[in-house]
Design a protein around this ligand. Structure first.
Ligand code: RIB
Length: 293
C-alpha cells in the first residue's frame, strides 16, 4: 500500500539546449543535448518518492529501450511499478528546447501513454488504499475520470494537475479535492467552465506562479500566497511536476495544505537550478535544508 499513487505518463525526454527557441521556419544549432526520464506522471511520482512518500505509479510503457530505461529508473527511485504495463506501442517521448533563461518549449508524442486505458480492479484498489491520488492530463481523459472516481469511492484525496490543459468534464471536477494549475490553465478553465472562481468547482485550488511562488485559494477563506526564494533558474522543465509531487507527499504525510504549499515551492525552486526533468528533482533532505534557510 502506497501513500501516494500517481496515474499518468512516462516519457523519455530528448533535451536540446539552444541560444534561443527557434521561430517557425527557422533552424537553430543546439549548444548541448541530453536524454533523460520525464513525462508529467513519472516526474510527479519521482518527486513524491524523493520527498519521502511511499509511491506507486500506474502507467504504460513500450517494449523498447526507453521503456527499459524507465522501468530501471523507477526501481532506482524505489517506486512501486507493479502496475506499470508494457503495451504494443513505443514509450512516450518528448522533444524539449531549453533557452539560456531556463524557459522551454515541449512537444510530446504520447505513444504508450495513449494506451493507459481502462483501469482494472487492481488499479482501483491501490488508488482506494492510498492517502493521495495524483493525476495530470497526458493520458486518456477517461482514465483520469475513472481514477478520480476510484479515489472518491475509496476516500482517497484526489489531486489533479490540469496540465497540459484540456476542457474538463464537470463529473471529474466534482471528484477532485485539489486542483493545481498555472495562471494560463486557470484562465482556460474559467473560460471553458464559465466559473468566475475555480473554487466553485473544486474546494481547494493551487495556482502556481513560476518564480513568484504559488497561491492557495479555498472557498470562503483568504488567499494564501507563498513566495519563492530568489534563485538562478537554468531549466524550468519538470519544476511544476516537482511542485505537484512534493505537495502530494506532504499532504500524504499529514501536513496542512498551506504547509504542503511551502514545501512544494521549496522543492520546485531547487529543481529549476538543475537541468532536466527527473535529474533535477530534489530529495527530502535538500528540501528540508532549503526550508531551514
Ligand atoms: O512537465 C515536463 C514534462 O512534460 C517533460 O518531462 C515532458 O516529458 C513532458 O511530459
Amino acid at each position: 500500500m502506497a501513500d501516494v499513487v500517481v496515474v499518468g505518463s512516462a516519457n523519455v525526454d530528448q533535451v536540446f539546449r539552444v541560444d534561443r527557441i527557434p521561430e517557425p521556419g527557422e533552424t537553430v544549432l543546439s549548444t548541448g543535448f541530453s536524454t533523460a526520464r520525464g513525462g508529467k506522471g513519472q516526474n510527479q511520482a519521482v518527486a513524491a518518492a524523493r520527498a519521502g512518500a511511499s509511491t506507486a505509479f500506474i502507467a504504460a510503457i513500450g517494449d523498447d529501450g526507453f521503456g527499459r530505461l524507465t522501468a530501471e529508473g523507477l526501481t532506482e527511485d524505489r517506486i512501486d511499478s507493479s502496475r506499470v504495463r508494457t503495451v504494443d506501442a513505443a514509450t512516450g517521448t518528448a522533444l524539449i528546447a531549453v533557452d539560456p533563461r531556463g524557459e522551454n518549449t515541449i512537444i510530446v508524442e504520447a505513444g504508450a501513454n495513449a494506451r493507459l486505458a481502462p483501469l482494472d480492479a487492481g488499479d482501483r484498489e491501490s488508488i482506494a488504499e492510498a492517502s493521495v491520488l495524483l493525476l495530470q492530463l497526458e493520458i486518456p481523459l477517461d482514465t483520469v475520470v475513472e481514477a478520480a472516481a476510484a479515489a472518491r469511492a475509496g476516500g482517497t484525496t484526489a489531486v489533479l494537475n490540469a496540465a497540459p490543459i484540456a476542457d474538463l468534464p464537470v463529473a471529474l471536477l466534482a471528484d477532485l479535492d485539489v486542483l493545481i494549475v498555472n495562471e494560463h490553465e486557470a484562465a482556460h478553465l474559467r473560460a471553458s467552465t464559465g466559473a468566475t472562481e475555480l473554487t466553485s468547482l473544486v474546494e481547494t485550488v493551487v495556482v502556481t506562479l513560476g518564480a513568484d511562488g504559488a497561491e492557495l485559494h479555498r472557498r470562503e477563506r483568504d488567499v494564501v500566497r507563498v513566495p519563492a526564494p530568489r534563485v538562478t533558474a537554468v531549466d524550468a522543465t519538470g519544476a511544476g511536476d516537482t511542485f505537484c509531487g512534493a505537495f502530494a507527499a506532504a499532504l500524504a504525510g499529514g501536513a496542512e495544505v498551506d504547509d504542503a504549499l511551502g514545501f512544494a515551492v521549496a522543492a520546485a525552486s531547487l529543481s529549476v537550478q538543475r537541468h532536466g526533468a527527473v535529474p533535477s528533482i530534489p530529495r527530502r533532505a535538500e528540501i528540508d535544508a532549503a526550508l531551514a534557510r
